[in-house]
Design a protein around this ligand. Structure first.
Ligand code: SF4
Length: 506
């Protein structure tokens, strides 16, 4: 049969597989690396962006080009480009990044065929944590200059991100006590078994089972390690101690537990860009509202922000802090925000407050007024209001109102409770128009970071290093969002124009 593929024996109509080429066949590759990278390839945006940054000002190590003898260092601009590319393309480990500089044409173009080793790549991330944070902040300013920020409304949220440590490496006081008790029991039973073996030989020979002896030694070693951890925990005054990542914490929410950190973000509502980030060790979000709102306000240079957050952020001090800064917060009230009465008894909700007369009105229509006394609880000062004992004595509702040991009703009010009154009113007046936006704003970035970028856990250990890594993740999320919004060409043009204005590298 005639074949047009004499070397492969294939025919057009009767081929088992796609045709392959001999390995020694001559190739006609494009003559330059630049020919491989299309004009709208996102790597051109990374190149233009890093090219316009003043790395010296941002604090990058080796940004001051050195002169003198010895091997020159790698340009930090190349390494920064490599990381931005890597975090955008699910290549986060330094060894994989090193491999990419040899095998990936886009990376070869971006790094101009420079091939740093994995240790140099890893050290860059480790040694430039603050500078990376600064780049992240600078990028928010660029987003503002590109008119991609609304600057009036942000949503704050947090998510648990796994540390580079497993569940068994984190210990609490209770778990250490349980572990030590268990080990003590085991050691005791092994000693007993050894004693029984010894007693079984009337001539007093050592009949100890070598396996049992080895087990004992291992148990004693484990016990010593646990004891040392217990002492370390006691000395630190902390509630947890972690063996692998010393700063990671066992965090619990909605029945799930994670050994890691709590990643916080504030998202602007115009293009869903992240304008503020932080990484904290707290398992709950109750202390994060004001810091995140303040960071967002400073990053966008915007005053009078409207902030949205879920119930976990509800906290009087935090809401007051935001209000003092001129911010308007929308945070749903938790179920325990107002003490409800039980078993038919009257609770706080049955005593409406009147700010004009500074008094509460009881279910019988009588006033509870300040009695001049105050008390402190968890750093907050409360004012005490009392009903008239003489009136209460003849009140038909007294059995549902008064405690057994008192002759009048007592209600307390936080000295800044007016903040909470205004907050409650704001929430009651919102028909879902404002709060309804929260989920759509914050779920997108977290979903993208976790699913699309594959960021489920940190590669580094320690709070400062993980913070640096989180900043890189967020920078890459924002970078991609900006390219989706305005396109590679417009972004490159912006970077070039800014570079010209700043005179960087000229
Ligand atoms: S017992 Fe006193 S405070 Fe309570 S409802 Fe009666 S009058 Fe009001």
């Amino acid at each position: 049969m005639f074949s047009i593929f004499p070397n492969t024996g294939c025919t057009m109509s009767n081929r088992s597989y796609q045709e392959v080429q001999p390995r020694n066949a001559a190739q006609l590759f494009p003559p330059t690396l630049d020919d491989y990278v299309a004009a709208d390839n996102p790597v051109r945006a990374i190149d233009a962006y890093v090219g316009m940054l003043d790395l010296r000002e941002l604090g990058f190590r080796h940004a001051n080009a050195r002169t003198g003898s010895g091997q020159p260092p790698f340009d930090p601009a190349i390494l920064l480009k490599l990381y931005i590319y890597g975090y955008q393309n699910r290549i986060r480990s330094s060894r994989q990044l090193e491999k990419a500089t040899r095998l990936n044409v886009e990376v070869m173009w971006l790094c101009q065929n420079v091939q740093p080793g994995y240790k140099t790549i890893a050290d860059f991330r480790k040694n430039n944590l603050k500078a990376l944070q600064q780049v992240n902040r600078e990028f928010v300013r660029d987003c503002r200059d590109l008119s991609l920020l609304g600057g009036s409304r942000v949503a704050v949220d947090g998510t648990f991100l796994k540390a580079s440590a497993n569940r068994g490496s984190v210990h609490t006081k209770a778990s250490l006590e349980r572990g030590l008790a268990r080990l003590d029991k085991l050691i005791e039973s092994h000693y007993r078994a050894m004693d029984e073996e010894d007693a079984s030989d009337p001539e007093g020979n050592d009949l100890s089972d070598p396996d049992l002896v080895a087990k004992m030694e291992a148990l004693i070693e484990r016990r010593a390690r646990k004891k040392a951890l217990q002492e370390q925990l006691e000395a630190s005054g902390d509630t947890q101690v972690s063996e692998v990542d010393p700063d990671a914490r066992l965090l619990r929410k909605n029945g799930k537990s994670v050994v890691g950190y709590n990643g916080q973000i504030a998202v602007d509502d115009k293009a869903k860009l992240i304008v503020a980030t932080d990484l904290v060790q707290d398992g709950n979000d109750s202390q994060q509202l004001e810091p995140m709102m303040t960071q967002a306000s400073e990053a966008m240079e915007s005053e009078g922000l409207v902030g949205l957050a879920d119930t976990g952020y509800y906290n009087g001090d935090q809401l007051k802090g935001c209000e003092d800064r001129g911010m308007e917060m929308y945070v749903p009230l938790p179920d325990n925000a107002i003490l409800k009465g039980k078993d038919g008894r009257f609770g706080s909700e049955d005593f409406p407050y009147d700010s004009e007369t500074d008094s509460f009105t009881c279910p019988a229509g009588r006033k509870l007024v300040p009695n001049g006394s105050t008390y402190m609880s968890r750093g907050k000062r409360y004012l005490v209001y009392r009903s008239n004992a003489g009136v209460c004595g003849s009140c038909p509702l007294a059995s549902r109102c008064l405690p057994r040991t008192d002759f009048s009703r007592r209600i307390t009010r936080w000295e800044h409770a007016d903040v909470m009154d205004r907050h409650r009113e704001r929430m009651a007046n919102d028909n879902g128009e404002v709060m309804g936006l929260r989920g759509s704003l914050v779920e997108h970035p977290f979903g993208t970071l976790k699913v699309w970028s594959g960021v489920h856990h940190f590669l580094m250990r320690g709070l400062a290093k993980c913070r640096g890594e989180f900043n890189l993740m967020v920078l890459c999320y924002n970078f991609r969002r900006v390219l989706e919004e305005i396109g590679v060409g417009a972004f490159v043009a912006y970077c070039r124009a800014r570079k010209e204005v700043q005179g960087i590298g000229m």
